[in-house]
Unconditional design. Structure first.
Length: 121
């Protein structure tokens, strides 16, 4: 969602050209988040999802988009034999630039070189 997704898209295009099995899902409408549309767009092959938020909620259990993604996956667990691992991350706090190198680090962290990693922004 927002400014970081363009950096992620460019990074994904580069990584896919080099044989990596990664993807990015751009959230266009948030709250109400459409669980149906989200799950329809997630490939069955996804094993790890990293949700990137551009907000910090110090008193919350987790950041807002991450919580909504977890809820969506838990409400309809029929899509996957095993629930994907869902990680949380933050980018761009205090207007910091989000670079392709940072985006690649997110993929590397989330995948541990596993296949089928998807980033949401």
């Amino acid at each position: 969602m927002g400014s970081g997704v363009e950096t992620l898209i460019e990074t994904v295009e580069h990584l896919v050209k080099n044989g990596e099995k990664v993807g990015v899902l751009k959230v266009r409408l948030y709250r109400p988040l459409s669980t149906k549309h989200l799950l329809d767009e997630l490939p069955d092959s996804v094993t790890t999802i990293t949700v990137l938020d551009r907000t910090k909620e110090p008193s919350a259990t987790a950041d807002p988009l991450y919580q909504d993604i977890i809820t969506a996956l838990m409400e309809d667990d029929s899509k996957y034999n095993a629930m994907p691992q869902v990680l949380a991350g933050r980018y761009g706090l205090s207007s910091k630039e989000f670079t392709p190198a940072m985006a690649k680090a997110v993929f590397d962290n989330g995948s541990g070189k596993k296949k089928g990693t998807l980033q949401l922004a």
